[in-house]
Design a protein around this ligand. Structure first.
Ligand code: ADP
Ligand code: ADP
Length: 233
């Protein structure tokens, strides 16, 4: 079963058709990079997968389970979907008034009903993994943007998602801070995390992605192997 299947996804903002019947499959274990000009619908497509946007038609399946688009989805169903589909945003979205450790334990306790101890153990393990083992007690505002984004990645991973979506995770960062984040993402890719990444980082896409999807004007223009896609005229 594919991790994500999109079939004929159409999304409209008012009069503007942002996605024009897009069909796409993300295999389990695959790392997909999505590139294309600003406004081409990359972020919208990503956001449809966890219903941050609601397509007006099409079929969406996540690990074989179809996600209802034609009716209002129940809160419980939405929560289940978002447990499976983690998301990392451009703007980190950390709680500024909570220390790093608490940012990562809180959703585990609230959503997964993990005990405080269990959640803390997992959080510390993930902070090590993203190179921030010494920042558990820091407040997000004291960290660099690259560190904050790595905390956001640790928080997403703490929920044990089956697929992780990244929406331009480095575009708010200075290049040298972006490199830290890309290194963590590269590590995730190598350990078999299923990922879909909207990015302008062509080098990352070329080196790390199994497949590159090029969007233009609400449609998929091209997709394939990085070598093939990036060497085309
Ligand atoms: P990309 O990620 O490729 O830059 P987006 O998915 O953000 O593209 O946007 C696709 C199109 O939809 C653009 O024309 C954008 O202006 C429009 N759009 C995106 N979000 C909204 C919104 N919330 N309301 C209205 N239009 C939007
Ligand atoms: P709203 O109606 O306010 O947009 P949503 O229920 O769509 O509320 O989302 C609530 C919040 O949860 C948003 O701020 C969004 O950024 C965040 N969110 C949505 N999906 C995910 C996800 N898969 N992982 C992490 N955060 C998410």
């Amino acid at each position: 079963t594919p991790a994500v299947e999109l079939d004929g996804i159409r999304l409209r903002y008012g009069n503007h058709l942002a996605l024009k019947d897009v069909s796409l499959e993300l295999a389990a274990g695959e790392v997909m990079a999505m590139i294309g000009p600003s406004g081409s619908g990359k972020s919208s497509l990503l956001r449809c997968i966890n219903l941050l946007e609601r397509p007006e038609s099409g079929i969406l399946r996540v690990f074989g389970q179809s996600v209802p688009l034609e009716r209002e989805i129940a809160a419980k169903e939405l929560a289940q979907l978002r447990r499976k589909v983690g998301m990392v945003f451009q703007s980190f979205n950390l709680f500024p008034h909570l220390p790093v450790l608490r940012n990562i334990t809180l959703p585990q306790e609230r959503v997964l009903k993990r005990s405080r101890d269990e959640a803390e153990a997992r959080a510390r393990e993930l902070l090590e993994r993203v190179g921030l083992g010494d920042k558990a007690d820091a407040y997000p505002g004291k960290l660099s943007g690259g560190q904050q984004q790595r905390v956001a990645i640790a928080r997403a991973l703490a929920m044990d998602p089956r697929v992780l979506l990244f929406d331009e995770p480095t575009s708010a960062l200075d290049p040298e801070l972006g490199i830290e984040v890309l290194a963590v993402m590269r590590d995730l890719a190598e350990t078999g995390v299923t990922m879909m990444v909207v990015t302008h980082e062509i080098h990352f896409a070329a080196d790390v992605a199994d497949r590159i999807v090029v969007m233009a004007d609400g449609q998929i223009l091209e997709q394939g192997d990085p070598d093939q896609v990036l060497t085309d005229p």
